[in-house]
Structure formats: C-alpha cells, structure tokens
Design a protein around this ligand. Structure first.
Ligand SMILES: *Cc1c(COP(=O)(O)O)cnc(C)c1O
Length: 360
C-alpha cells in the first residue's frame, strides 16, 4: 500500500536516471577498465587552482555560506560586463531552470521545447503538472518557426538548449532573436547554454545579442561541463533584473554551497587558463566526428562536448555492445546514441569499437 497520499504528479514521475557508472558496468559485464562517456562530464579533474580554492573553503563548512552568492554574482557580472542585478547563481543551471519553473508555471500551463532535447524539461513538467509541447526537430535541428507556432495563450516558458542535448546542434542568436519577435513578451524564453564554451562563436553570444533587447529572455550557463565542476554544480542565469529578483525568491536557501561558490570564483579567475582544455576537447570532438563519419557512422555535426550518432532502432543494442567493451554511453531508444568526448585514449577506444560493430 502507498505510504501517505502522494501528489497526483507522482503517478507520472519516474525520477531522474543518471548514466550508469563505470564501476557498475564493470560488475555487470565482468570487465575492467570501463569508462563513463554517458553524462557529458569533463574527463579531467578541475584546474589545480580550483581544487586549491575548494580545499581552502572546506574548513569553513561549519557555517552556512552566503545565500546570495554575492561574490560569485559580482564576479560573473564583471566577467560578462553586465550588472550583478542581472545575474542569479543556482544549484547547477538545472537549479536555475527549476527556479524558472517554480516562478512561472502553474498546473495546466504549457511549456514548449524542440524535441529531442534535455530530459529534465519533461521531468520538470511532470513535477509541476504542466504540459510539455514537443516540437519535432527537422534533420536534428530546431525548427524555430514551428516553435513560434506552438506557443499559445497557455504557454509560459519556451526552453531552447543550444548547443542542444542530445543532438549537439546549435541555433544562432539571430534566429532566437527572430523567434523572440514572434512570441508574446509575457512568454519566458530560456536559452539553456550548458555547452556554450564548446560552441562555435559564430552562433553569437546570447548575453550580448539577446539579453539587452528582450526582457523575457533568460540565458542559463554552468560550470559543470567546461570547468569540470559537475560534482559541485554551480550554474547561473542572466536576464532582466526584475525576473532575476523574482526567481531568486524561490531558490532553496543556501543551495549553492560554500565549496561550489569558492570553485566558481576560482573558475572565473582562471577561465582563460581553462580555455586550453576546452579547445582540446573541441579538437577531440572534431577528430571523433571525422573518424566516425569516415567509418560511415551517421554522426550529427556537434557543437558540444559529445557526439550524437543517429542509428535509430539499433541504438539500444549498439549501446549495450559498447558497454560490454567498457564504454558506457547514453542511448536514446529508437533515435540514437550520445557519446561524451573523453581524453584522446578514451576517444580512440570509441573509434576502434565503432569500427568493429555492425550498426545495421
Ligand atoms: C548538463 C546540462 C545542464 C546543467 O547541468 P548543471 O550541472 O545543472 O549545471 C543544463 N542543460 C543541459 C542541456 C545540460 O545538458
């Protein structure tokens, strides 16, 4: 019998399923040297300067930290040449996305997103008893005209992940600007840029190109991926000061912990040093893409730190075969497989394995 009386929303809420760990795969298949390429994590530990900052902050964790993350907000504002009132820091950018849902979405409201996209959007919609309107991708890319057409009077939020997870495709700020001119100004358009650092700069910079011109746009970014801080998770949102103040009110107090704040400050301070790691991952991504394409694998050109191979119905089987070879990847049933870019030797293993497998 059910314990207590769960909310109606619990009936359709499966909970987040994190990618399988390497250790789990080793146990399941009786193998060694498994690696996890399933969660788009950075293969390298954070810069030593960041690790030192976290270590130094560890002795202070008997105290609650700064609830407003004031220093981090100022540092981000300074970094991006904007006002601190335009910045909110959250428990990962997922935390900021949750704050946006908590602020704007009532039961029965609609949220629009191109689909496939980030799996947290449908989870949040289930949690809030909202309806996610999924606008099909066209050739793995966003169809922003169709997104605009899907917005109606019940729509509160549009989510645009660019580069998109899981396809790795991007849209330009110009195209988003055109979308913003079509949708009502009381619909919040969220530009989820978790992979921004890996994106070709020619797609534009949302903070520069969009935020000054549209009060209803919010850009979310994170230190989890490019800065290797997934295990501490801090993210941030940039937008209109009134919107930022509003979404600050719903954030769980102290959810950006002391270590995460210290790490974020160090990450910003050493951002230019970190850039060489991002550049290396981008070069590896392009190498993997080219090698897979050379093998005849249908790989979607990626702007992120992962590649998507569009092998449809073969996805679950091929993902399992990769896992048996110690490569834990992320299948999207019937659609394709997302493979995180690792270090060079990890990527070599992916290329070798794909050369051996039958994708038909
Ligand atoms: C990984 C990811 C995030 C956020 O990660 P956080 O750790 O919560 O900052 C946000 N959006 C997309 C599309 C992602 O893939």
């Amino acid at each position: 019998m059910t314990v207590g009386r769960p909310r109606m929303a619990m009936q359709s809420l499966a909970g987040y399923s994190p990618g399988k760990s390497a250790a789990q795969a080793e146990r399941e298949h009786g193998i060694v040297d498994a690696i996890k390429l399933a969660s788009n994590e950075n293969p390298w530990e954070p810069l030593p300067e960041i690790v030192q900052a976290v270590q130094a902050a560890a002795t202070g964790v008997n105290r609650y930290g700064d609830n407003a993350s004031s220093d981090v907000r100022s540092a981000i504002a300074n970094w991006l040449a904007i006002d601190p009132a335009q910045v909110t820091v959250g428990c990962g950018s997922s935390g900021v996305l949750q704050q946006l849902m908590l602020t704007y979405v009532d039961p029965g409201d609609r949220v629009v997103s191109p689909w496939s996209s980030f799996e947290i959007y449908p989870m949040f919609c289930n949690l809030f008893s909202a309806e996610l309107v999924k606008v099909p991708l066209v050739d793995f890319r966003f169809d922003l005209d169709a997104v605009a057409a899907a917005v109606d009077e019940r729509t509160k939020i549009v989510f645009l992940a660019t580069p998109n997870n899981p396809t790795g495709t991007s849209v330009s700020t110009e195209a988003i600007d055109r979308l913003l001119r079509k949708v009502p100004t009381d619909v919040i358009v969220v530009v989820d840029e978790a992979y921004k650092e890996f994106n070709d700069p020619s797609f534009g910079d949302s903070v520069i190109d969009l935020v000054p011109h549209h009060r209803n746009v919010v850009v979310t970014r994170t230190f989890s991926k490019a800065y290797g801080l997934a295990g501490l998770r801090t993210g941030y949102g940039v937008g209109d000061p009134e919107l930022i103040a509003m979404i600050e009110r719903v954030r769980l107090a102290f959810s950006v912990n002391n270590l995460a704040q210290a790490a974020s400050l160090a990450a910003i301070e050493h951002a230019s040093k970190n850039q060489s790691r991002v550049d290396a991952l981008v070069a590896e991504r392009n190498r993997v893409s080219d090698a897979l394409a050379g093998l005849g694998v249908p790989v979607v050109p990626s702007q992120a730190n992962f590649v998507f191979i569009a092998i449809g119905e073969a996805s679950e089987r091929v993902a399992l075969e990769l896992e048996q070879r110690g490569l834990v990847v992320r299948p999207f049933g019937g659609f394709g497989i997302r493979i995180t870019v690792g270090d060079a030797s990890e990527n070599d293993r992916v290329i070798d394995a794909m050369a051996q497998l039958s994708l038909g």
